[in-house]
Design a protein around this ligand. Structure first.
Ligand SMILES: Nc1ncnc2c1ncn2[C@@H]1O[C@H](COP(=O)(O)OP(=O)(O)OP(=O)(O)O)[C@@H](O)[C@H]1O
Ligand SMILES: [Mg+2]
Length: 231
């Protein structure tokens, strides 16, 4: 069991995720995983393909539910919430970044960043300043009105980071955020993500296959066939 001091942003208590298989017993995607991450901490998660990294992030985000055990976001047990309540909590408190961006192709850079606020029903005057502030931080303010499809891979991921941070999430979860970028852009994007998470006070959990990018975190965790080890 990996324990941490301070008030935890994210806690797993003996969490397992078991998928049904066509034949034989279920397959453990996560096996008895326990940890608590103090607020503001940065954790890199490494492990071979299929070791359970994405599963861990999906459970942390409440996108999926554990087969056994409990997941808590700032002391709130996701297992006690309805799917609707989990979705609302995710929108309010969690920022998600994926390898393939998931931005909307026909919208501008600024509108892609603003999307979570549009969904929340806010009016543009409430979030315009925040969108500009974030785009400025990642060096893309002058691209605000461009169509997102004009941007390079590295630029697109910087937009995705802005969108994830828009509502000042307490917890930022990133699944191979630089998996689609070259080395130079990977480092730039990763540094920006770490810097922004620090200045915004977000707790960050990111999956990476790069030892170098993992070493930028406060702790590096390794998953082996669904079981967690710290290093
Ligand atoms: N919906 C699902 N149904 C059945 N098995 C699944 C499902 N999702 C994941 N798995 C299995 O759970 C295990 C862990 O998958 P997961 O996606 O978490 O791995 P990962 O570490 O993120 O791998 P990668 O580095 O390839 O992204 C794998 O064996 C995978 O096949
Ligand atoms: Mg994965």
């Amino acid at each position: 069991m990996i324990e941490a001091n301070g008030s935890p942003a994210l806690t797993f208590r003996r969490v397992s995720k078991i998928y049904d298989q066509v034949s034989g017993d279920g397959r453990f995607a996560l096996r008895d995983v326990s940890f608590s991450i103090p607020s503001g901490e940065k954790i890199a998660v490494m492990g071979r393909s299929g070791s359970g990294k994405s599963t861990l992030l999906h459970l942390a985000a409440g996108i999926d539910v554990p087969s056994r055990g409990e997941v808590l976001i700032s002391d709130r047990n996701l297992g006690t919430l309805s799917e609707r309540a989990r979705t609302l909590l995710r929108r309010r408190e969690i920022g998600l970044i994926f390898q393939f961006f998931y931005l909307l192709p026909h919208l501008s850079v600024g509108d892609n960043v603003a999307l979570p606020e549009w969904i929340a029903g806010s009016s543009p005057s409430e979030f315009k300043g925040r969108v500009s502030e974030l785009l400025e931080r990642v060096g893309l303010l002058d691209r605000q009105n461009d169509n997102i499809e004009k941007l390079s891979g590295g630029e697109t991921q910087r937009v995705a980071i802005c969108r994830a941070l828009l509502r000042k999430p307490r917890l930022l979860l990133a699944d191979e955020p630089t998996g689609n970028l070259d080395d130079e852009n990977s480092e730039l994007v990763m540094n920006l993500m770490l810097e922004l998470a620090s200045s915004e006070g977000s707790t960050l959990v990111y999956v990476t296959h790069s030892q170098e990018l993992a070493s930028l975190a406060d702790q590096v965790w390794h998953l082996h066939s669904g079981a967690l080890e710290a290093s």
